[in-house]
Design a binder for this molecule. Structure first.
Ligand SMILES: [Zn+2]
Length: 261
């Protein structure tokens, strides 16, 4: 299986993505001209990215990395990113330099019975490095989650190709802010050295600072690297927000970025 997926073009990948997501048509995916990052999931599915680069004569305020589908069972987090990419297609003004990755965990999302974890059963949002954490993500998993299978961090940090991709992406792109979409907790969370400027409200989502877990992206990038991480938790994993909500989420996010980057 991995062999077949390894050779998928972005267009073929779009066929699989639109076959799974009822709110993303093939054309909506294919016309975005997503590019291959050269990185693949465990099963060999390409991790795809769309860049909205700086425009001639205009210096962007900063670099923003936007990620959906880190958890494969949070399908709305993928679809919303596709809608936002079409907004950027029309209105990219060079204000920010964007890297957008709509689907970080394709194996989890695209299988028939989609799963939070990747194909190795690893929760990618627990598989990051844990510098400065009191215990390892694995110890936390054993002692605190009682080996909850949905939160398995892997036997060591960065054991998974999807997480290694994000690690390298952060090293190379050097984002000023990372925005990750999740569901279904209906809130906006914020991890950064200084949380005073956390967004109070983005679209219908209100601020609720949850604290970080060993191995999470918020812990690694937000606390350790000092790159603010905005985590938007949509209210439903399998139900799309309304069109109005999708655009309200976007305008509030961009407004926060303008004021804080
Ligand atoms: Zn999630």
């Amino acid at each position: 299986m991995a062999g077949d997926l390894l050779t998928l073009s972005p267009t073929q990948a779009c066929q699989k993505i639109s076959g799974k997501l009822s709110s993303v048509t093939f054309k909506e995916c294919d016309t975005l001209n997503l590019s291959a990052t050269g990185h693949h999931s465990v099963e060999g599915f390409p991790i795809l990215l769309r860049e909205y680069p700086p425009l001639p004569g205009k210096t962007p305020k900063g670099r923003v990395l936007l990620i959906g589908g880190m958890h494969g069972d949070e399908l709305a987090s993928i679809s919303v990113i596709f809608k936002w990419m079409h907004t950027l297609q029309k209105h990219h003004s060079g204000l920010f330099h964007w890297h957008v990755v709509p689907l970080m965990n394709p194996d989890g999302a695209l299988i028939k019975k989609h799963s939070r974890t990747n194909a190795n059963g690893v929760d990618l949002n627990r598989n990051f490095l844990t510098p400065g954490a009191k215990g390892s993500a694995l110890e936390y998993w054993i002692e605190r989650t009682k080996r909850n299978k949905r939160r398995y961090p892997g036997d060591q940090p960065l054991s998974e190709p999807e997480t290694r991709w994000l690690y390298e992406e952060i090293e190379q792109f050097k984002p000023d802010v990372i925005v990750a979409l999740h569901a279904p907790y209906d809130l906006v969370d914020y991890d950064a050295p200084n949380r005073n400027n956390a967004p109070e409200k983005i679209g219908p989502l209100y601020k609720n600072l949850m604290g970080t877990y060993p191995g999470s992206l918020g812990n690694y990038a937000g606390i350790h690297l000092g790159i603010p991480v905005i985590t938007m938790e949509l209210p439903h994993a399998g139900i799309m927000p309304t069109r109005n909500q999708v655009s309200h989420l976007w305008t509030d996010l961009v407004r926060w970025l303008i004021n804080n980057v």
